[in-house]
Design a protein around this ligand. Structure first.
Ligand code: KIV
Ligand code: NA
Length: 277
């Protein structure tokens, strides 16, 4: 199967075929997501909360993102592989942003990077295009802005905020972004942005009218140790699944029913244990 490219996503938008996207953070989950035929795999900085136990995404480092992106890259054959630029890796200067984005492509196998924010990053995105780095934009509820937003709040509810987000989407497209993640905005606004956008929109908490949808892997499987957000859907109870199996293993070891003789290695029939053993 040929690799999903930016053009494949664009053709899907134009054909009205939904783009499927999901996060992954390690080799086995990347294999499963890729083999299920998901179009886009994101190594999100949500790895900080989902896998590393941080309070929010702000502490996630370049080294952590590269480490997880490499693992995912080894498991992905078909999907477009996108890596999140972590907080602090592109805020100080355009040069920082270019150097760090190139690392994801050069050292970790990413096909594109994702950057939170709209108009304020058009210079960086244009320079990244010059440097042959594909960029996915991300606007609306941007988790790296948690302190400015005063929490994870739905964005774009006032006329001014809607104008600002429409301008951000237009600017991202003009700067060369290959897709735009719309997170935590009213469905009605996402519908308008998607209709006006020449590049695919990928929604999370942005309603059903986006060109595609993305969710966090651990939200799908109840592996977050918290109540699901309104926009998320739980497809299986992974916590229950793993807990039952772990408890069974614990009981089998404690009760000496694991391992069995059949799960043990044996000496060949002709070999005797030396007497001194
Ligand atoms: O980090 C992440 O998982 C994301 C998606 C939710 C879009 O940015
Ligand atoms: Na992210």
């Amino acid at each position: 199967t040929p690799r999903v490219t930016a053009d494949v996503l664009l053709q899907k938008k134009r054909a009205g075929q939904p783009i499927t996207a999901l996060t992954a953070y390690d080799f086995p989950t990347a294999r499963l997501v890729d083999e299920a035929g998901i179009d886009l795999v994101l190594v999100g900085d949500s790895v900080g909360m989902a896998v590393l136990g941080y309070e929010n995404t702000l502490p996630v480092t370049m080294e952590e993102m590269l480490h997880h992106t490499r693992a995912v890259s080894r498991g992905v054959r078909r999907a477009l592989l996108v890596a999140d630029m972590p907080y602090g890796s592109y805020q100080a200067s355009v040069e920082d942003g270019i150097r760090n984005a190139v690392r994801f492509v050069k050292e970790a196998g990413a096909q594109a990077v994702k950057i939170e924010g709209g108009r304020k990053h058009v210079d960086l995105i244009a320079r990244l295009a010059d440097a042959e780095v594909l960029v996915v934009g991300h606007i609306g509820l941007t988790p790296q802005s948690v302190h400015r937003m005063g929490g994870y709040r739905v964005q774009g509810k006032s006329a001014e905020a809607m104008d600002a987000l429409c301008a951000d989407a237009q600017a991202l497209e003009a700067a060369g972004a290959i897709a735009i993640v719309l997170e935590g905005i009213p469905r009605e606004l996402a519908t308008v942005i998607t209709a006006r956008s020449g590049v695919p929109t990928i929604g999370i908490g942005a309603g059903p009218d986006c060109d595609g949808q993305i969710l966090v892997f651990h939200d799908l499987f109840n592996l977050t140790f918290s109540a699901p957000a309104k926009f998320s859907r739980r497809y299986a109870d992974g916590a229950e699944f793993f807990s039952r199996a772990i408890e069974q293993y614990r009981d089998d070891v404690a009760g000496r029913s694991f391992p069995s003789d059949a799960e043990s290695y044996h000496l060949p029939r002709e070999v005797q244990l030396p007497r001194e053993v």
